[in-house]
Ligand binder design. Sequence first.
Ligand code: SAH
Length: 349
Amino acid sequence: MSGPGERLDHFMARANAAYYAGCDPFADFITAPEISQVFGELLGAWVAVVWGQLGCPDPFMLVEPGPGRGTLMADALRLVRRVAPACHKAMRVHLIETSPRLRDVQAAALRDATIMPVCWHDRLDGVPDGPMVLVANEFLDALPIRQFVRRGQGWDERFVHDGAFTLAPGDFPARHPARLRPVPEGEVLETCQPALDFIHALGARLLRWPGAAVLIDYGYDAPAWGGSLQALRDGRPADPLLDAGRADLTAHVDFGAIADHVPAGVDVWGSMTQGSFLSALGLAARVEQLARAAPAQADEIRAAARRLVAPDRMGQLFRVMGLSSGLAGDLPGFAGRRAGNGTGRGGTP
Ligand code: SAH
């Protein structure tokens, strides 16, 4: 290849498209809904409460981008059907998924879970108009990033060439919320334009129709820097630049940049830690209920739930951010932690 090589986001997009199309991601890593059914159930309860706060719109769109095996949605819907049948009846489930193979897996997981047929889309824009509740777990971390290295007043950019990074003068996105971050010389700053585009589309939609979204992912909220690109293969860290398409490539989510990109007029909640969020939604009570119902598995049930909330496991690194518009009261789980309403915190259009 001539020039400095392939841009990192192009490389990552290509690698992940091949990976999600051809491999079973869940042989390589395990996500919260796959660890404990309580995760999806609590989010199902969250959806039902938020739907009530929106005035019980019928119909409403229940949207999940990046649904993986469909486990979160299946657990959520089982609970909603039982505790809030009117909400279950009003929902139209729309999944945003680019992998045809995973669409099939999701269809199987959700067979008989809904009254109306589930629809799939490549992008949020494809979801029909109307009030919406959106739930996303580990979606944003899979979106392609670029890495810039601070050089004096400017930036070099990392490109991929023959399985290694090369550096060339970079073209830092002019309107990126992190453009003024005081990154020390030689340090890396990551940008994820598809995540900002997604948030912008989500925010624009919430300005047109009432709704709420919860975004759960590993990442950071304070204005930080440093490279976080990682690859997992067979459950172990692998070299992200080798064997494109054979490992899952992810990066930590910059929740601060995302919050700054939410359009004015949309409420932003958090971000806060997954541990605090799930605890606020009643994780402990639900776990004890399940443990009592299945005494032989009680230890296993409790251990799985601990893994979701313990600070040294997923409780601290994973964060939760909420977005809402037209909602009566506070977004559940955020304990009134409203970060702003389209101030935006940094004001990027
Ligand atoms: N939410 C699931 C799966 C996370 S894995 C869970 O918690 O288990 C990431 C998911 O996002 C996969 O379903 C993958 O196919 C999907 N995905 C990755 N990039 C995408 C994109 N650009 N558009 C839509 N879906 C994408």
